[in-house]
Design a binder for this molecule. Structure first.
Ligand SMILES: [Zn+2]
Length: 83
């Protein structure tokens, strides 16, 4: 009994070009929790913080964003969860 040979395509090259961190382009020194319009870009519709692989932010700025979003949530500038 022979099984049909499955040909697996090598899809290793599927790596989209890494876009630079938008906050680095803006030369943002800090991300403040009051800057809701900016933070909105790093929060999904459900209110979750967008991961770095999607937001494209560098580690430095992603960390700032994370802290700022968490602070903004506490003061109810941003929702913890949105339905
Ligand atoms: Zn950056």
């Amino acid at each position: 009994m022979s099984t049909p040979t499955k040909v697996k395509r090598a899809t290793k090259d599927r790596r989209p070009k890494k876009k630079p961190c938008s906050l680095c382009i803006e030369k943002a020194v800090d991300v403040v929790y009051r800057d809701v319009s900016r933070l909105r870009k790093y929060v999904s519709e459900r209110g979750k913080i967008v991961p770095r692989r999607i937001s494209g932010a560098c580690s430095k700025h992603q960390r700032m964003v994370t802290v700022a979003v968490k602070r903004a949530r506490v003061i109810a500038f941003l929702p913890f969860v949105a339905e």
